[in-house]
Design a protein. Structure first.
Length: 432
Protein backbone atom coordinates (compact mmCIF):
# COMPACT_ATOMS: atom_id res chain seq x y z
CA UNK A 1 0.00 0.00 0.00
CA UNK A 2 1.49 3.34 -1.06
CA UNK A 3 2.04 6.32 1.23
CA UNK A 4 -0.58 8.32 -0.71
CA UNK A 5 -3.31 5.72 -0.07
CA UNK A 6 -2.39 5.59 3.62
CA UNK A 7 -2.70 9.39 3.81
CA UNK A 8 -6.05 9.20 2.00
CA UNK A 9 -7.41 6.66 4.50
CA UNK A 10 -6.13 8.66 7.50
CA UNK A 11 -7.76 11.88 6.27
CA UNK A 12 -11.02 10.06 5.45
CA UNK A 13 -11.26 8.38 8.86
CA UNK A 14 -10.24 11.58 10.68
CA UNK A 15 -12.95 13.52 8.86
CA UNK A 16 -15.61 10.99 9.86
CA UNK A 17 -14.42 10.91 13.48
CA UNK A 18 -14.64 14.70 13.56
CA UNK A 19 -18.23 14.38 12.25
CA UNK A 20 -17.42 16.22 9.04
CA UNK A 21 -20.09 15.60 6.37
CA UNK A 22 -19.06 12.42 4.60
CA UNK A 23 -18.97 14.06 1.16
CA UNK A 24 -16.50 16.70 2.35
CA UNK A 25 -14.43 14.03 4.11
CA UNK A 26 -14.15 12.13 0.85
CA UNK A 27 -13.19 15.26 -1.10
CA UNK A 28 -10.58 16.19 1.51
CA UNK A 29 -9.15 12.66 1.36
CA UNK A 30 -8.98 12.88 -2.44
CA UNK A 31 -7.19 16.23 -2.24
CA UNK A 32 -4.73 14.80 0.30
CA UNK A 33 -4.01 11.91 -2.07
CA UNK A 34 -3.22 14.26 -4.97
CA UNK A 35 -0.99 16.45 -2.78
CA UNK A 36 0.93 13.44 -1.48
CA UNK A 37 1.41 12.13 -5.04
CA UNK A 38 2.46 15.59 -6.22
CA UNK A 39 -0.22 15.59 -8.90
CA UNK A 40 -2.06 18.58 -10.33
CA UNK A 41 -5.04 19.56 -8.14
CA UNK A 42 -6.94 20.27 -11.35
CA UNK A 43 -7.40 16.49 -11.58
CA UNK A 44 -10.02 16.82 -8.85
CA UNK A 45 -12.16 19.15 -10.94
CA UNK A 46 -11.66 16.91 -13.97
CA UNK A 47 -12.68 13.70 -12.19
CA UNK A 48 -15.67 15.26 -10.45
CA UNK A 49 -16.85 17.13 -13.54
CA UNK A 50 -16.55 14.14 -15.87
CA UNK A 51 -18.17 11.83 -13.35
CA UNK A 52 -21.16 14.06 -12.65
CA UNK A 53 -21.88 15.43 -16.11
CA UNK A 54 -21.22 12.34 -18.20
CA UNK A 55 -23.64 10.17 -16.21
CA UNK A 56 -27.09 10.56 -17.72
CA UNK A 57 -28.54 8.01 -15.33
CA UNK A 58 -27.78 10.31 -12.36
CA UNK A 59 -30.56 12.67 -13.46
CA UNK A 60 -33.02 10.12 -12.08
CA UNK A 61 -31.86 10.66 -8.48
CA UNK A 62 -32.98 14.29 -7.85
CA UNK A 63 -36.15 13.72 -9.85
CA UNK A 64 -37.21 10.70 -7.78
CA UNK A 65 -36.33 12.66 -4.61
CA UNK A 66 -38.55 15.51 -5.80
CA UNK A 67 -41.41 13.13 -6.68
CA UNK A 68 -41.27 11.49 -3.23
CA UNK A 69 -41.26 14.86 -1.44
CA UNK A 70 -44.21 16.09 -3.51
CA UNK A 71 -46.24 13.01 -2.60
CA UNK A 72 -45.42 13.41 1.08
CA UNK A 73 -46.43 17.07 0.98
CA UNK A 74 -49.73 16.21 -0.72
CA UNK A 75 -52.37 13.83 0.59
CA UNK A 76 -51.05 10.72 -1.16
CA UNK A 77 -50.04 8.91 2.05
CA UNK A 78 -53.46 9.41 3.65
CA UNK A 79 -55.27 8.28 0.50
CA UNK A 80 -53.20 5.12 0.24
CA UNK A 81 -53.72 4.40 3.94
CA UNK A 82 -57.52 4.60 3.58
CA UNK A 83 -57.43 2.44 0.44
CA UNK A 84 -55.30 -0.28 2.09
CA UNK A 85 -57.60 -0.41 5.11
CA UNK A 86 -60.20 -1.94 2.78
CA UNK A 87 -57.72 -4.61 1.62
CA UNK A 88 -56.07 -5.79 4.84
CA UNK A 89 -57.53 -3.73 7.68
CA UNK A 90 -59.59 -6.63 9.03
CA UNK A 91 -56.56 -8.90 9.52
CA UNK A 92 -55.03 -9.42 12.97
CA UNK A 93 -52.77 -6.46 13.62
CA UNK A 94 -54.73 -4.68 10.91
CA UNK A 95 -53.06 -1.26 11.07
CA UNK A 96 -49.60 -2.84 10.95
CA UNK A 97 -50.69 -4.89 7.93
CA UNK A 98 -52.02 -1.70 6.34
CA UNK A 99 -48.63 -0.05 6.82
CA UNK A 100 -46.86 -2.87 5.00
CA UNK A 101 -49.36 -2.80 2.14
CA UNK A 102 -49.04 1.00 1.85
CA UNK A 103 -45.25 0.64 1.73
CA UNK A 104 -45.53 -1.84 -1.15
CA UNK A 105 -47.59 0.66 -3.14
CA UNK A 106 -45.60 3.74 -2.13
CA UNK A 107 -42.32 2.01 -3.03
CA UNK A 108 -43.57 1.91 -6.62
CA UNK A 109 -43.56 5.71 -6.57
CA UNK A 110 -40.64 6.98 -4.50
CA UNK A 111 -37.67 4.57 -4.52
CA UNK A 112 -36.58 5.87 -1.12
CA UNK A 113 -36.74 4.23 2.31
CA UNK A 114 -36.49 7.57 4.12
CA UNK A 115 -39.42 9.00 2.12
CA UNK A 116 -41.50 5.94 3.00
CA UNK A 117 -40.81 6.33 6.73
CA UNK A 118 -41.44 10.09 6.69
CA UNK A 119 -44.67 9.86 4.67
CA UNK A 120 -46.88 6.76 4.95
CA UNK A 121 -44.97 5.56 8.01
CA UNK A 122 -45.79 8.67 10.00
CA UNK A 123 -49.48 8.39 9.08
CA UNK A 124 -49.76 4.77 10.25
CA UNK A 125 -47.79 5.32 13.46
CA UNK A 126 -50.22 8.07 14.45
CA UNK A 127 -53.14 5.73 13.82
CA UNK A 128 -51.58 2.80 15.69
CA UNK A 129 -50.76 4.87 18.76
CA UNK A 130 -54.44 5.75 19.11
CA UNK A 131 -55.16 2.09 19.97
CA UNK A 132 -53.91 0.47 23.20
CA UNK A 133 -53.06 -2.89 21.57
CA UNK A 134 -50.19 -1.30 19.61
CA UNK A 135 -47.16 -0.41 21.74
CA UNK A 136 -44.89 2.45 20.71
CA UNK A 137 -42.02 0.10 20.00
CA UNK A 138 -44.12 -2.22 17.85
CA UNK A 139 -45.58 0.65 15.82
CA UNK A 140 -42.12 2.08 15.18
CA UNK A 141 -40.59 -1.32 14.41
CA UNK A 142 -43.23 -2.13 11.78
CA UNK A 143 -42.74 1.22 10.04
CA UNK A 144 -38.94 0.94 10.13
CA UNK A 145 -39.04 -2.59 8.69
CA UNK A 146 -41.64 -1.84 5.99
CA UNK A 147 -39.75 1.26 4.86
CA UNK A 148 -36.97 -1.00 3.57
CA UNK A 149 -39.35 -2.02 0.78
CA UNK A 150 -38.93 1.42 -0.84
CA UNK A 151 -35.58 0.77 -2.60
CA UNK A 152 -36.33 -2.91 -3.32
CA UNK A 153 -39.52 -2.55 -5.37
CA UNK A 154 -38.94 -0.35 -8.44
CA UNK A 155 -38.19 2.44 -8.95
CA UNK A 156 -35.16 2.46 -6.67
CA UNK A 157 -32.62 5.23 -6.08
CA UNK A 158 -29.90 2.85 -4.73
CA UNK A 159 -30.31 0.62 -7.80
CA UNK A 160 -29.85 3.65 -10.07
CA UNK A 161 -26.58 4.47 -8.27
CA UNK A 162 -25.47 0.82 -8.43
CA UNK A 163 -26.16 0.81 -12.18
CA UNK A 164 -23.90 3.87 -12.47
CA UNK A 165 -20.90 2.15 -10.85
CA UNK A 166 -21.43 -1.35 -12.27
CA UNK A 167 -22.77 -0.76 -15.77
CA UNK A 168 -25.67 -3.14 -15.11
CA UNK A 169 -29.01 -2.46 -16.77
CA UNK A 170 -31.30 -0.25 -14.69
CA UNK A 171 -34.35 -1.97 -16.16
CA UNK A 172 -33.02 -5.42 -15.26
CA UNK A 173 -32.18 -4.26 -11.73
CA UNK A 174 -35.67 -2.83 -11.26
CA UNK A 175 -37.23 -6.11 -12.34
CA UNK A 176 -34.77 -8.07 -10.20
CA UNK A 177 -36.05 -6.28 -7.11
CA UNK A 178 -39.74 -7.03 -7.69
CA UNK A 179 -39.95 -10.63 -6.46
CA UNK A 180 -37.60 -10.13 -3.47
CA UNK A 181 -39.59 -7.02 -2.52
CA UNK A 182 -42.89 -8.84 -2.65
CA UNK A 183 -41.41 -11.74 -0.65
CA UNK A 184 -40.20 -9.24 1.95
CA UNK A 185 -43.71 -7.79 2.23
CA UNK A 186 -45.34 -11.22 2.51
CA UNK A 187 -42.88 -12.33 5.21
CA UNK A 188 -43.36 -9.09 7.14
CA UNK A 189 -47.12 -9.58 7.07
CA UNK A 190 -46.55 -13.13 8.34
CA UNK A 191 -44.42 -11.84 11.22
CA UNK A 192 -47.08 -9.26 12.12
CA UNK A 193 -49.78 -11.95 12.04
CA UNK A 194 -47.80 -14.25 14.35
CA UNK A 195 -47.17 -11.42 16.82
CA UNK A 196 -50.82 -10.30 16.66
CA UNK A 197 -52.10 -13.82 17.37
CA UNK A 198 -49.57 -14.34 20.17
CA UNK A 199 -50.64 -11.07 21.82
CA UNK A 200 -54.32 -11.70 21.05
CA UNK A 201 -54.69 -8.39 19.24
CA UNK A 202 -58.34 -7.79 18.29
CA UNK A 203 -59.38 -7.28 14.71
CA UNK A 204 -59.88 -3.66 13.75
CA UNK A 205 -63.33 -2.35 12.93
CA UNK A 206 -64.25 -2.95 9.29
CA UNK A 207 -64.55 -0.05 6.88
CA UNK A 208 -68.30 0.44 6.22
CA UNK A 209 -69.17 -0.77 2.74
CA UNK A 210 -70.87 2.47 1.83
CA UNK A 211 -67.48 4.21 2.24
CA UNK A 212 -65.67 1.84 -0.12
CA UNK A 213 -66.42 3.62 -3.41
CA UNK A 214 -65.19 6.95 -2.11
CA UNK A 215 -62.01 5.50 -0.58
CA UNK A 216 -61.24 3.45 -3.69
CA UNK A 217 -61.72 6.53 -5.86
CA UNK A 218 -59.43 8.57 -3.57
CA UNK A 219 -56.73 5.94 -3.86
CA UNK A 220 -57.11 5.21 -7.58
CA UNK A 221 -55.13 8.19 -8.88
CA UNK A 222 -52.06 7.64 -6.65
CA UNK A 223 -52.17 3.96 -7.60
CA UNK A 224 -51.85 4.96 -11.24
CA UNK A 225 -48.25 6.14 -10.80
CA UNK A 226 -46.56 2.71 -10.50
CA UNK A 227 -48.57 1.53 -13.50
CA UNK A 228 -47.51 4.56 -15.55
CA UNK A 229 -43.84 4.30 -14.56
CA UNK A 230 -43.34 0.56 -14.96
CA UNK A 231 -45.61 0.35 -18.01
CA UNK A 232 -43.69 3.14 -19.69
CA UNK A 233 -40.27 1.68 -18.88
CA UNK A 234 -40.98 -1.87 -20.01
CA UNK A 235 -43.06 -0.90 -23.03
CA UNK A 236 -40.15 1.20 -24.25
CA UNK A 237 -42.08 4.48 -24.07
CA UNK A 238 -39.33 6.01 -21.93
CA UNK A 239 -36.09 5.10 -20.20
CA UNK A 240 -35.74 4.64 -16.42
CA UNK A 241 -34.13 8.08 -16.25
CA UNK A 242 -36.99 9.65 -18.18
CA UNK A 243 -39.38 7.76 -15.90
CA UNK A 244 -38.05 9.84 -13.00
CA UNK A 245 -39.11 13.02 -14.81
CA UNK A 246 -42.53 11.46 -15.51
CA UNK A 247 -42.84 10.57 -11.81
CA UNK A 248 -42.01 14.14 -10.77
CA UNK A 249 -44.55 15.62 -13.19
CA UNK A 250 -47.21 13.03 -12.33
CA UNK A 251 -46.88 13.66 -8.58
CA UNK A 252 -46.90 17.44 -9.08
CA UNK A 253 -50.08 17.36 -11.17
CA UNK A 254 -51.83 15.07 -8.67
CA UNK A 255 -50.86 17.07 -5.57
CA UNK A 256 -51.25 20.59 -6.96
CA UNK A 257 -53.98 20.34 -9.60
CA UNK A 258 -56.12 17.28 -8.86
CA UNK A 259 -55.97 17.07 -5.06
CA UNK A 260 -55.33 20.82 -4.52
CA UNK A 261 -53.25 19.84 -1.48
CA UNK A 262 -50.11 21.81 -2.38
CA UNK A 263 -49.89 25.53 -1.68
CA UNK A 264 -47.16 27.76 -3.08
CA UNK A 265 -45.54 27.84 0.35
CA UNK A 266 -45.48 24.06 0.71
CA UNK A 267 -44.31 23.71 -2.90
CA UNK A 268 -41.39 26.02 -2.18
CA UNK A 269 -40.59 23.92 0.90
CA UNK A 270 -40.59 20.78 -1.26
CA UNK A 271 -38.24 22.42 -3.77
CA UNK A 272 -35.81 23.49 -1.02
CA UNK A 273 -35.87 20.07 0.68
CA UNK A 274 -35.38 18.27 -2.65
CA UNK A 275 -32.49 20.59 -3.55
CA UNK A 276 -30.90 20.01 -0.15
CA UNK A 277 -31.22 16.21 -0.37
CA UNK A 278 -29.96 16.20 -3.98
CA UNK A 279 -27.00 18.41 -3.04
CA UNK A 280 -26.03 16.01 -0.23
CA UNK A 281 -26.10 13.09 -2.66
CA UNK A 282 -24.17 15.07 -5.29
CA UNK A 283 -21.39 15.99 -2.86
CA UNK A 284 -21.07 12.34 -1.84
CA UNK A 285 -20.95 11.39 -5.52
CA UNK A 286 -18.24 13.99 -6.16
CA UNK A 287 -16.17 12.63 -3.30
CA UNK A 288 -16.65 9.05 -4.46
CA UNK A 289 -15.35 9.89 -7.94
CA UNK A 290 -12.12 11.15 -6.37
CA UNK A 291 -11.74 8.09 -4.14
CA UNK A 292 -12.47 5.76 -7.04
CA UNK A 293 -9.82 7.58 -9.10
CA UNK A 294 -7.28 7.08 -6.31
CA UNK A 295 -8.16 3.43 -5.75
CA UNK A 296 -8.09 2.69 -9.49
CA UNK A 297 -4.75 4.47 -9.93
CA UNK A 298 -3.30 2.39 -7.11
CA UNK A 299 -4.77 -0.84 -8.49
CA UNK A 300 -6.89 -1.54 -5.40
CA UNK A 301 -9.83 -3.23 -7.24
CA UNK A 302 -7.43 -5.48 -9.16
CA UNK A 303 -5.55 -6.30 -5.96
CA UNK A 304 -8.86 -7.14 -4.31
CA UNK A 305 -9.72 -9.49 -7.20
CA UNK A 306 -6.31 -11.16 -6.95
CA UNK A 307 -6.71 -11.54 -3.18
CA UNK A 308 -10.10 -13.19 -3.62
CA UNK A 309 -8.64 -15.45 -6.31
CA UNK A 310 -5.74 -16.43 -4.03
CA UNK A 311 -8.23 -17.50 -1.37
CA UNK A 312 -9.77 -19.93 -3.89
CA UNK A 313 -13.29 -18.86 -2.97
CA UNK A 314 -16.16 -20.14 -5.00
CA UNK A 315 -19.07 -17.93 -6.00
CA UNK A 316 -21.18 -18.72 -2.94
CA UNK A 317 -18.35 -18.18 -0.47
CA UNK A 318 -17.61 -14.81 -2.08
CA UNK A 319 -21.26 -13.76 -1.83
CA UNK A 320 -21.43 -14.82 1.82
CA UNK A 321 -18.24 -12.88 2.55
CA UNK A 322 -19.73 -9.86 0.76
CA UNK A 323 -22.91 -10.13 2.83
CA UNK A 324 -20.92 -10.18 6.07
CA UNK A 325 -18.80 -7.24 4.91
CA UNK A 326 -21.78 -5.05 4.01
CA UNK A 327 -23.76 -6.02 7.09
CA UNK A 328 -20.82 -4.90 9.25
CA UNK A 329 -20.09 -1.74 7.25
CA UNK A 330 -23.80 -0.93 7.21
CA UNK A 331 -23.58 -0.44 10.97
CA UNK A 332 -21.40 2.61 10.47
CA UNK A 333 -21.58 3.97 6.91
CA UNK A 334 -24.21 5.59 4.72
CA UNK A 335 -25.79 3.68 1.82
CA UNK A 336 -24.33 6.09 -0.76
CA UNK A 337 -20.79 5.58 0.57
CA UNK A 338 -21.14 1.80 0.47
CA UNK A 339 -22.46 1.90 -3.09
CA UNK A 340 -19.95 4.39 -4.44
CA UNK A 341 -16.76 3.40 -2.64
CA UNK A 342 -16.88 -0.27 -1.65
CA UNK A 343 -18.97 -1.79 -4.45
CA UNK A 344 -16.50 -0.71 -7.20
CA UNK A 345 -13.69 -2.43 -5.28
CA UNK A 346 -15.62 -5.72 -5.21
CA UNK A 347 -16.91 -5.68 -8.78
CA UNK A 348 -13.71 -7.05 -10.44
CA UNK A 349 -13.74 -10.01 -8.03
CA UNK A 350 -17.44 -10.59 -8.68
CA UNK A 351 -16.85 -10.60 -12.45
CA UNK A 352 -13.85 -12.92 -12.05
CA UNK A 353 -16.03 -15.47 -10.24
CA UNK A 354 -18.87 -15.15 -12.74
CA UNK A 355 -21.32 -13.54 -10.33
CA UNK A 356 -24.32 -12.07 -12.15
CA UNK A 357 -24.17 -8.28 -11.71
CA UNK A 358 -27.95 -7.92 -11.38
CA UNK A 359 -28.05 -10.63 -8.70
CA UNK A 360 -25.08 -9.01 -6.96
CA UNK A 361 -26.70 -5.57 -7.12
CA UNK A 362 -30.01 -6.63 -5.57
CA UNK A 363 -28.15 -8.52 -2.82
CA UNK A 364 -26.08 -5.42 -2.08
CA UNK A 365 -29.18 -3.22 -1.89
CA UNK A 366 -30.91 -5.64 0.52
CA UNK A 367 -27.77 -5.71 2.68
CA UNK A 368 -27.89 -1.93 2.85
CA UNK A 369 -31.58 -1.92 3.74
CA UNK A 370 -30.80 -4.23 6.66
CA UNK A 371 -28.09 -1.76 7.67
CA UNK A 372 -30.72 0.98 7.82
CA UNK A 373 -32.69 -0.78 10.56
CA UNK A 374 -30.05 -1.76 13.10
CA UNK A 375 -27.74 0.40 15.26
CA UNK A 376 -25.40 2.12 15.61
CA UNK A 377 -26.03 3.83 12.25
CA UNK A 378 -29.59 2.64 11.57
CA UNK A 379 -30.73 5.75 9.69
CA UNK A 380 -34.38 4.63 9.61
CA UNK A 381 -34.35 4.23 13.39
CA UNK A 382 -33.10 7.79 13.84
CA UNK A 383 -35.54 9.22 11.27
CA UNK A 384 -38.50 7.49 12.95
CA UNK A 385 -37.34 8.60 16.40
CA UNK A 386 -37.00 12.20 15.20
CA UNK A 387 -40.50 12.17 13.68
CA UNK A 388 -42.34 10.37 16.47
CA UNK A 389 -40.22 10.49 19.62
CA UNK A 390 -40.30 6.68 19.98
CA UNK A 391 -37.06 5.57 21.71
CA UNK A 392 -34.70 3.54 19.53
CA UNK A 393 -34.37 0.90 22.27
CA UNK A 394 -38.12 0.20 22.19
CA UNK A 395 -38.10 -0.15 18.40
CA UNK A 396 -35.11 -2.50 18.49
CA UNK A 397 -36.75 -4.68 21.17
CA UNK A 398 -39.83 -5.13 18.97
CA UNK A 399 -37.97 -5.18 15.66
CA UNK A 400 -35.71 -8.22 16.01
CA UNK A 401 -38.21 -10.66 14.38
CA UNK A 402 -38.23 -8.47 11.25
CA UNK A 403 -34.43 -8.31 11.25
CA UNK A 404 -34.12 -12.11 11.53
CA UNK A 405 -36.66 -12.54 8.72
CA UNK A 406 -34.68 -10.19 6.43
CA UNK A 407 -31.43 -12.03 7.18
CA UNK A 408 -33.04 -15.37 6.29
CA UNK A 409 -34.37 -13.91 3.04
CA UNK A 410 -30.90 -12.53 2.25
CA UNK A 411 -29.46 -16.02 2.76
CA UNK A 412 -32.11 -17.56 0.46
CA UNK A 413 -31.45 -14.95 -2.25
CA UNK A 414 -27.71 -15.62 -2.00
CA UNK A 415 -28.03 -19.35 -2.74
CA UNK A 416 -31.01 -19.14 -5.10
CA UNK A 417 -30.19 -16.40 -7.64
CA UNK A 418 -33.37 -17.09 -9.62
CA UNK A 419 -35.35 -15.32 -6.89
CA UNK A 420 -33.73 -12.19 -8.35
CA UNK A 421 -33.06 -13.22 -11.95
CA UNK A 422 -36.23 -15.04 -12.96
CA UNK A 423 -38.30 -11.96 -13.77
CA UNK A 424 -35.67 -9.95 -15.71
CA UNK A 425 -34.70 -13.04 -17.71
CA UNK A 426 -38.36 -13.82 -18.40
CA UNK A 427 -38.82 -10.25 -19.65
CA UNK A 428 -35.93 -10.67 -22.05
CA UNK A 429 -33.18 -8.75 -20.25
CA UNK A 430 -29.61 -10.02 -20.53
CA UNK A 431 -28.06 -10.20 -17.08
CA UNK A 432 -24.48 -10.84 -16.18
Amino acid sequence: MSTAIIVLCIVLVAGMLLRMPIGFSMLAAGAAYLLTKGQDMGLMAEQVGNGLYNSYVLLAVPLFVFAANIMNAGTVSERLFDFCRILVGRMRGGLAQVDIMVSVIFSGMSGSAIADAAGPGLVTIRQMLKKPEYTRGFAGAVVVASSTLGPMIPPSIPMVIYALVSGASVGALFLGGVLPGLLMAALMMGVVHIIAVKRNMPQDDPVPRHEWPGLILRGALPLSMPLVLLGGIYSGAFTPTEAAAVAALHSLVLAAVVFRALSWRSFWGVVLESARASAVITIILAGSFMLNYAFTAEGVPQAMAQWVDSMHLNRWQFLLLTNVLFLVLGCFLDVSVLLLVFVPMLLPAAKLLGVDLVHFGVLVVLNMMIGLIHPPFGMLLFVTKALTGIPIGEMMKEGWPFLVMLLLLLLAMTFFPQIVLWLPQTMGYTTG
